[in-house]
Ligand binder design. Structure first.
Ligand SMILES: [Zn+2]
Ligand SMILES: [Zn+2]
Length: 419
């Protein structure tokens, strides 16, 4: 409890300082707000504000752990029943969360602890506690973040904007608002009057396109390879073009070992990889030609092409958290607020600054000059960089004098208490 009081005091000081410069979302009066308090973690929602001053007042007095506003606009955002809010439209939102991404680092830095016997381990938690006298199914799970997972998440944002939103939907970069969530990922908000009208079903169709889910190669003309692969060359639009350009990019790798390694990511067997490498010039010619387009390779039939294209689609498509985009009543973390599970700030980033944005430094607002004393309360805390310093790993029971910037992070992650 003392740790929570301490964090709240610092969060409060931040909100007090921010008052005049605290970010206002657009259409503030038409958005629903929601907060999660530190004490019980139960979300309070269906709140509307009549001005930014009232909102900052609320923050200073209540100092929530988490803060959200709706992606939707309503005539009466504070109405307690969804049906009475009078829905006006919803921003288009994409969420990329390191938690959903298939990164290898998770198995190194996520960990679990059995709630009954305190046995612990790294990686995702088992179904049953491995302690034969315990066999509990309840675990405290601690997910961590590292450069690898947040870099992967950032790359997905680039894939989304540069690969799909701009070329295929005509949404220009400048109208894409990117936000670091303050913890495990990035959000993308698009505020546009026409797009706000999209139904949930229409958003679903957009998501299917962007992820490459349910793509039909037959519809795209991939049926009889000895006649031709229909629309598959680099001059056509949309998915066939993306697949062809990706294939050409891979086949243009000069070093044969590197090329082999690359092709092995696409579920091809040794013979298939051999065929492709042998015929790579022929394949590139086909991709670059509008007239040839024949594609019949010995030992590489229609099934093999479909399999290769399917795997190429998986690597080109964007790994978004699908329900977030489809759900038109979603609550999104509020820009400028602090994330209670990290103490980091939710930061808005212009597209041109995204490349250089550093999620382990730019969202850190607490001082590196003030110190606090804390004790580690979990078996092991993985390494973490905050600003320019890499901290840890730390072991259970270690008592440390740490600057606020890393100290608050550890308290918010619930892996330490004040000493
Ligand atoms: Zn156990
Ligand atoms: Zn990671």
């Amino acid at each position: 409890m003392e740790s929570i009081r301490f964090i709240k005091r610092l969060f409060q000081a931040y909100y007090k300082n921010q008052q005049k410069s605290f970010l206002s979302v657009s259409n503030l009066l038409e958005r629903e707000f929601a907060f999660v308090p530190w004490e019980n973690n139960i979300m309070i929602r269906h709140i509307g504000f009549i001005s930014l001053d009232f909102l900052t007042d609320y923050l200073i007095h209540n100092v929530p752990k988490h803060m959200y506003s709706s992606a939707s606009l309503y005539e009466l955002p504070g109405a307690s029943k969804m049906d009475n809010k009078k829905y006006l439209g919803c921003d288009l939102i994409f969420d990329i969360d390191a938690d959903h991404l298939d990164t290898k680092c998770k198995e190194k830095h996520d960990f679990w602890e059995c709630e009954s016997c305190s046995q612990s381990g790294v990686g995702s938690s088992p179904k049953l506690c491995p302690n034969p006298d315990c066999k509990s199914t309840r675990f405290k799970k601690i997910t961590w973040i590292c450069e690898e997972c947040l870099e992967t998440a950032k790359n997905e944002i680039f894939k989304l904007i540069d690969g799909f939103l701009e070329p295929d939907f005509g949404i220009n970069k400048e109208s894409c608002f990117v936000f670091f969530s303050g913890h495990r990922g990035y959000h993308l908000h698009i505020e546009n009057k026409k797009l706000r009208k999209l139904s949930s079903h229409e958003r679903r169709e957009m998501v299917d396109y962007i992820t490459g889910n349910n793509i039909s190669f037959t519809v795209l003309g991939l049926e009889k390879p000895n006649i031709g692969l229909g629309f598959f060359n680099q001059y056509v639009a949309s998915w066939p073009r993306k697949i062809m350009l990706k294939l050409k990019e891979i086949l243009s790798i000069e070093n044969e070992e590197e090329l082999k390694n690359n092709l092995s990511n696409f579920s091809l067997n040794k013979e298939q990889i051999g065929t492709i490498i042998k015929e790579r010039k022929y394949i590139i010619d086909n991709i670059e030609s509008q007239s040839k387009n024949y594609w019949n390779l010995l030992g590489f039939g229609i099934k093999s092409w479909k399999n290769l294209f399917f795997n190429l689609v998986k690597s080109i498509g964007t790994d978004i958290d699908i329900p977030v985009t489809i759900d038109i009543h979603r609550l999104i973390r509020y820009p400028g607020s602090l994330h209670g599970s990290s103490g980091f700030k939710v930061v808005g980033i212009e597209y041109k600054n995204l490349e250089s944005f550093d999620p382990f430094s730019d969202p850190v607002i607490f001082s590196k000059k003030n110190f606090l004393k804390l004790e580690i309360t979990v078996p092991e805390v993985p390494k973490i960089r905050v600003r320019e310093i890499t901290w840890g790993p730390f072991k259970m029971g270690e008592v440390l004098d740490l600057p606020h910037d890393i100290g608050i992070f550890l308290l918010c992650k619930n892996v330490a208490t004040l000493k």
